[in-house]
Design a binder for this molecule. Sequence first.
Ligand SMILES: O=C(O)c1cc2cc(O)c(O)cc2[nH]1
Length: 117
Amino acid sequence: MPLLQINSNVAKEKFTKEYILNFGNVLTKAMNKPIDFCVIHVLADQLMSFGGTFEPLAILTLSSIGHLGVEENKTYSNVIMTELEKLGISPTRVFINFNELQPSEVGFNKTTIADSK
Ligand SMILES: O=C(O)c1cc2cc(O)c(O)cc2[nH]1
């Protein structure tokens, strides 16, 4: 659990392995899910503008089987944007799309998560 995709115009060098691993630990703790199936995919150095400027920004998708919701997503938004602030990305220049998935909608190990639990 879960899949966090980060698209950003910030330099790839800023997304160190240590930073990414810590991000996963902080996020999975907040989501109360094990880190076992957690994937963090960073697409850095992207050519992106926001509001007519090229100041640091990030657009994210958080996909998860369960554990998302109206109140929960506010907490995850806080946690995620706090981590991104460490790289100089203002919370006013971040959007997160929350994507709730069914176990049958995620393929894994030649079947789906629905069958592998
Ligand atoms: O919630 C999970 O455990 C979960 C969903 C999901 C979707 C995905 O595309 C992945 O690569 C990992 C993953 N984990």
